[in-house]
Write a protein that binds this ligand. Structure first.
Ligand code: CA
Length: 440
């Protein structure tokens, strides 16, 4: 490709609407591109890995083309090396899954509830946030608790190095390069120096673990000192989190979820299915587990039934606010933990129904279960061992077809039954292809 074609394509890439970082924010726009001046190729010192150097030099040139000053790029990108531990952390599914109930019991702990209840009354910013953003103080506190143990554990990875490693590795290159670009914008704007940009291995920064792009678009100055300091100012971090939830669509006054009691001989296959209002669910015998009536704000809102540990465990009606929390972190476990913590911080009691005993499942068993559901024609998703929404939906259909309770819960008993069916299907056909473990 000649240089002119390269330049046109690169500039077209700048106009990509998915590159929404910093759009419209005053004072932090990148310098205007200068297409008249050919981008100089500026080899950076070798990292010791030729493929990393090739990626980094390509990224460097792209940033020059976009108008970042070479003095900034030389200072921040020179000497970068990949961080091996990040590649290990990013490798995907664990060998043994952590049971949902164990995650909730560990995270919604008595010690954490005690701190949250104390914070509920001791942080003067909270009522201000609540009235300004319409987001409950206990929700913001719960995110703070989950993300950094109330500001104490923010991560000490160099965020630029983390995103450089993830971009070089390539699985999420475009995303990681966008975040790296956001880091450069934060530094060049003067809002935070490089040494402030510390966070998790996945590049989430500060007391409520914002990605750099989210910092640019959503962080606010809660303590009104003129800076958006999500690392050193809890007021800034908490107000920024409330702003995030508001922008994500938090509906003031509505619950995030409510524990419910299901009648005997309930059709569990409706779990994670239709959105009905609590009034409609009541016609199927679904009631609030605490026996209280539905609030006016909740009664007419569509809610989904969720059974995290199947028919034996607690059941929840999930309101739209649950899915707002999922925009912070898309794991159902995370959203449930945040919501339950918030309820407890606000003075509510523990769940009515106890979590059932659970055991972790081996990756090989989760993969085999997905393969069995696929072979039986119920599952079309990835064979990745994650067993999320698609896996549970397929399992409910399979359970219903085979006469089991269709609750979508992958218990050890279901794994045995699925593997037996998969094995029984082999004699007439070729042996199943060997399962390929995820590549690091
Ligand atoms: Ca501030």
């Amino acid at each position: 490709m000649d240089r002119r074609a390269f330049l046109v394509l690169t500039l077209a890439g700048c106009a990509d609407p998915s590159n929404r970082v910093a759009v419209g924010l005053p004072g932090i726009a990148p310098p205007a591109p200068t297409p008249q001046q050919p981008a100089p190729v500026q080899p950076l010192p070798a990292s010791g890995d030729a493929t990393f150097d090739a990626w980094l030099n390509g990224f460097y040139q792209k940033m020059v083309t976009e108008g970042f000053p070479s003095t900034l790029l030389d200072r921040e990108l020179a000497g970068l090396t990949p961080e091996a531990s990040i590649l290990v952390s990013d490798k995907g599914q664990p060998e043994l899954s952590k049971p949902f109930s164990k995650y909730i019991i560990d995270t919604v702990s008595d010690a954490r509830i005690a701190i949250g209840r104390q914070m509920h009354v001791s942080q003067p910013i909270l009522p201000v946030i609540e009235s300004q953003y319409g987001v409950p103080r206990d929700l913001v506190l719960a995110v703070w608790a989950m993300e950094s143990a109330f500001g104490k554990v923010q991560g000490d990875h160099d965020v630029l190095r983390a995103f450089a490693t993830l971009a070089w590795q390539g699985r999420r290159r475009a995303w990681a390069e966008d975040e790296l670009r956001a880091c450069l914008r934060i530094i060049s704007s003067g809002e935070a120096p490089r040494e402030r940009l510390k966070g998790s291995w996945a590049g989430a920064m500060g007391q409520t673990q914002f990605l750099p792009s989210v910092y640019l678009s959503t962080a606010v100055d809660g303590d009104h000192d003129g800076k958006r300091d999500i690392w050193g100012s809890s007021d800034d971090a908490l107000a920024s989190t409330a702003n995030y939830m508001l922008k994500a669509g938090w509906a003031p006054g509505q619950s995030w979820a409510r524990e419910v009691t299901l009648p005997a001989s309930f059709d569990y296959s409706v779990a994670e299915g239709p959105k009905n209002t609590p009034i409609e669910w009541a016609t199927m015998g679904v009631t609030r587990a605490d026996g209280l009536p539905w609030s006016g704000a909740d009664a007419a809102v569509g809610a989904t039934l969720f059974l995290p540990t199947g028919a034996r465990g607690p059941a929840f009606l999930l309101f739209p606010n649950h899915f707002v929390i999922r925009k912070y972190n898309n794991a159902a476990t995370y959203a449930l933990a945040v919501g339950l913590l918030a309820d407890r911080f606000g003075g509510e009691g523990p769940l009515i129904k106890a979590w059932p005993p659970e055991t972790g499942l081996l990756l090989a068993d989760r993969l085999a279960s997905q393969r069995a559901l696929q072979a039986a024609g119920f599952y079309k998703g990835d064979i990745d061992g994650a067993f999320g929404t698609g896996g549970r939906a397929a399992l409910r259909l399979w359970q219903k077809a085979r006469g089991y309770t269709p609750d979508g819960y992958l218990s050890p008993e279901m794994v045995v039954a699925l593997k037996a069916e998969l094995a029984a299907g082999i004699p007439d056909g070729p042996a199943p292809a060997p399962v390929t473990p995820p590549q690091p």
